[in-house]
Design a protein around this ligand. Structure first.
Ligand code: ATP
Length: 294
């Protein structure tokens, strides 16, 4: 429905290994060393079916995946996990896909995974098919940028991104407003990135994030991912800004708050957050690279 932009982070990633094995009767999926139930395995199998079709094989696989990111907590585990699964599974059957082809494949598993194939700032182009909708790198983001992630709650969220998005698209009267204005935000953002204009990048990040959360409040039934600590974190960002530190917040579909700041000011920002949040709730991240074959 709309194009979108992400910043790949080095602190959150997934290691995935896929082995096709003709002695297996079914796919076996281990996530963080735990054998997964039928439902979770089915999701992965459906994705592997796409890869099997491309490779013209019907062999089952054993998948070992480790998320260095909390799963299903609004910290983009599906983006990281499905990008890794696309890379590992296509490589395991020698498909030798280009990064663009990989992005198209990853999108079939999770839209946001199309972006996580690449490092830095990445745009996922809107569209309704593999021909039109895939991600393209925008900028390596190799300038004074960092992110502090405030983990308010790392448990699985009650409303998954997929369910929440569907409900918002179908019922929120604010959704058309989002669709109308997001292309303008994106165009302005790409300009600001090109100019390395941190303040502009931050301002667009914050207002676009809040606008997305606004659409959910208009859904029927309405829902919100915010918790009281999310609001506390947002408020602190505003206070820090007032005190002269350049930082801006954004939130994905979850209660956790991401603070975009300058790499050179990250330790100062973190020190202020340490006064309100526990050490284990604060994760520092830099700009991350794209997918890598280990
Ligand atoms: P958000 O997209 O809002 O940032 P999230 O990605 O953590 O949050 P969901 O969009 O609900 O949460 O997606 C979580 C789902 O992604 C999991 O239930 C699982 O199906 C899939 N997933 C997560 N990690 C992996 C992985 N390593 N391998 C395969 N699938 C994964």
């Amino acid at each position: 429905m709309n194009s979108s932009l992400s910043l790949t982070l080095d602190a959150f990633y997934t290691d995935t290994k896929v082995t096709f094995d003709s002695t297996l009767k079914n796919d076996q999926f281990y996530l963080n060393e735990q054998l997964q139930d039928e439902l979770a395995t089915q999701k992965v199998s459906r994705f592997l079916d796409l890869v099997r079709e491309k490779a013209a094989i019907s062999t089952s696989a054993i998948i070992h995946s480790t998320n260095h990111v909390p799963t299903a907590a609004g910290l983009a585990s599906s983006a990281s996990g499905l990008a890794a699964l696309a890379g590992a599974s296509s490589q395991a059957c020698d498909l030798n896909l280009t990064p663009t082809e990989l992005s198209r494949l990853a999108r079939r598993g999770s839209g946001s995974a199309s972006r996580s194939i690449f490092g830095g700032f990445v745009e996922w182009q809107m569209g309704d098919s593999d021909e039109t909708s895939y991600a393209v790198p925008v900028d390596d983001a190799n300038w004074d940028l960092a992110m502090l992630i405030v983990v308010v709650n790392k448990h699985e969220k009650a409303v998954s991104s997929r369910v929440g998005m569907k409900r918002t698209v179908e019922t929120s009267p604010f959704y058309p407003g989002w669709l109308e204005t997001t292309p303008l935000d994106l165009a302005e953002m790409k300009q600001a990135i090109q100019e390395h204009d941190f303040q502009k990048v931050g301002e667009i990040t914050e207002r676009n994030g809040l606008k997305m959360h606004g659409t959910m409040l208009g859904a029927n039934p309405p829902f919100s991912y915010w918790e009281s600590d999310s609001i506390k974190a947002m408020q602190l960002v505003r206070e820090l800004r007032h005190a002269g530190l350049q930082c801006y917040f954004t939130m994905d579909a979850g209660p956790n708050v991401k603070v975009l700041c300058k790499k050179s000011e990250l330790s100062l920002v973190k020190a202020r957050f340490s006064q309100l949040f526990k050490e284990e709730q604060l994760i520092s991240a830099g700009v991350g690279p794209g997918i890598r074959l280990l």
